[in-house]
Design a protein around this ligand. Structure first.
Ligand code: CLF
Ligand code: SF4
Length: 517
């Protein structure tokens, strides 16, 4: 039976800034390997893939949506140079293919990067992945990138190595990537048609020569496809990031999705363009807008029929540390890391991660129990619920402390993670709450409820007036189980005539909150 989600009948009544204001430009990572599964890659389970692939993704927070509630990643900013120009990038800032625009990272030498990795691994036992994603292109800085990987592989062999690139230099380094056991590579691919590419990339620098226009895009396209094929032939898991740029490549990304799927990509991560004049990018200055939340979701839904889609990307900075969605980089500045006593302990890390696995199993059991009897309920109704969480897969964040809300689609088939919305912090210590609340409501405008650990009287009343039900009765419960329980209760109330389902509008991707986070 077809589900009627709140985006299925999208009315043109969303918040005005969701569609009228320039939004975000973004980038992403990608994975390859399990070509062609028509499911949400981010929520895959062991039974959905070969055991070898599951071993690679089960505790990688970007390659597994479920893992991202429990495991952390870190980036080291060792790669400043870049070999192409993207119209959504200002080179004063970090690479926008793998980070939010407007962010500047502290650059490290490979030796500093290795020390920082050991410091973070000591302090955060659930940090399982070390990625190099900028601040330029890692493969335009091959010696620094590979030296860093070598040092970390030697000193912290349990940490997975991950790389993100624009793909131009990729075919030249695939064998070195393989030799170093870098198991996860992301390529940002925004087009497979050079005419589209010429509107995104003004120039590339290739084989000691600058190329422009269509010719530049043609070369970049060929190198990206060649690199992707070479990686997947060698069993390296590849993820593809694409930046969704309305009016330029939004419809075209369906073709990109097919092309990368056919070459063995494992995961496709379509990210919203983040574009504001203050970033000083070509797109930002030209007023190029990013997509609304529902435009992004509609494209992701369309491509999900073809292959695994990632929806939990946070457009990390090049020196990101922590769970996706949290930023602990300020705890690990070079100055602080140099003063830290390193106590890297592989056995302690393993023990901690075993405890995390026990918690994951508990969460799955709670979800299965709540799923009982769900399929008979709410025949054609799908709703979105927003969740305030700070990790562990639980509803465990106060409304006023949430910097983002995770969005779940709940229907008779269960609860599915479909995205996240960054917001301005509501709790401002008594100053500014009134300004923050309208922006939060615009970001959650397509949601029926918001599940929180706690919420104050004032935001509770305002949310209700906006048609978003605040729910704190599920505090500290597992998210999936809590979302399904809410859905059952929601359907009960409809059946009793206590409430009437309301068609929701669109929601805003909050650019300012993205950049500030
Ligand atoms: Fe980093 Fe990228 Fe590896 Fe992840 S990020 S190099 S695959 S460890 Fe992840 Fe960050 Fe999104 Fe990238 S959330 S931007 S997808
Ligand atoms: Fe900027 Fe280069 Fe990254 Fe493009 S690939 S976003 S130009 S750093």
């Amino acid at each position: 039976m077809e589900s009627k989600g709140n985006w299925d009948a999208l009315p043109p009544q969303g918040p005005t800034d969701a569609t009228a204001s320039p939004t975000l430009d973004h980038k992403g990572c990608g994975a390859s390997g399990g070509a062609g599964k028509a499911s949400c890659g981010s929520s895959m389970a062991p039974q959905d893939m070969a055991p070898g692939v599951w071993d690679k993704v089960k505790n990688h927070p970007c390659y597994s949506e479920e893992a991202h509630h429990h495991y952390a990643r870190m980036h080291v900013a060792v790669a400043p140079a870049c070999n192409i120009q993207c119209n959504y990038c200002n080179r004063k800032y970090d690479c926008a293919n793998e980070s939010r625009p407007g962010v500047v990272s502290e650059r490290l030498t490979p030796e500093q990067a290795a020390r920082k990795t050991l410091a973070v691994a000591s302090a955060i036992p659930q940090m399982t992945v070390l990625g190099i994603a900028g601040p330029g292109d890692p493969l335009a800085n091959p010696e620094k990138t590979f030296k860093t990987f070598e040092l970390i592989a030697r000193e912290a062999p349990d940490i997975k190595l991950c790389l993100s690139t624009n793909g131009l230099a990729l075919p030249d380094y695939v064998d070195r990537i393989k030799d170093l056991n870098v198991d996860h590579v992301t390529i940002t691919i925004n087009m497979v048609d050079p005419d589209v590419g010429a509107r995104i990339y003004p120039w590339i620098y290739y084989r000691h020569k600058r190329h422009t226009g269509r010719e530049a895009a043609q070369i970049l396209h060929e190198r990206q496809m060649q690199g992707l094929e070479m990686l997947t032939e060698r069993g390296i898991l590849c993820k593809v990031n694409s930046v969704m740029i309305p009016g330029i490549n939004d419809q075209h990304l369906v073709e990109v999705n097919k092309a990368v799927k056919s070459r063995g990509a494992f995961l496709h991560n379509i990210m919203p363009l983040i574009s504001a004049p203050e970033h000083g990018t070509v797109f930002g200055l030209a007023g190029q807008r990013g997509p609304t939340a529902q435009e992004l979701k509609a494209l992701q839904d369309r491509c999900e029929g073809q292959m695994n889609m990632m929806r939990h990307c946070r457009q990390c900075r090049a020196d990101a540390v922590g769970l996706l969605g949290e930023d602990r980089s300020s705890e690990f500045t070079t100055e602080k890391v140099m003063e830290m006593e390193l106590t890297y302990d592989g056995a302690a890390r393993r023990a901690y991660q075993e405890a995390v696995e026990d918690q994951r199993n508990e969460k799955i059991a709670a979800k299965e129990a709540e799923l009982e009897g769900l399929r008979d309920r709410g025949a054609d109704i799908a709703i979105l619920v927003a969740v305030a969480t700070k990790g562990e897969g639980r509803v465990n964040e106060h409304f006023g402390h949430a910097k983002e809300f995770q969005i779940y689609e709940v229907s008779p088939t269960g609860a599915k993670f479909v995205g996240h919305r960054r917001v301005d912090l509501y709790c401002q210590g008594g100053y500014g709450e009134e300004d923050a609340l309208p922006t939060i409501i615009r970001a959650l405008n397509d949601c029926t409820a918001v599940l929180v650990a706690k919420i104050g009287g004032c935001p509770r009343a305002t949310l209700k007036e906006a048609g978003i039900e605040p729910v704190d009765s599920c505090a500290y419960e597992f998210i999936d189980a809590a979302a399904i329980a809410y859905y059952k209760d929601y359907i009960d109330r409809i059946e009793k005539g206590e409430i009437t389902p309301v068609l929701k509008g669109d929601a805003a991707i909050r650019q300012g909150a993205y950049v500030a986070a």
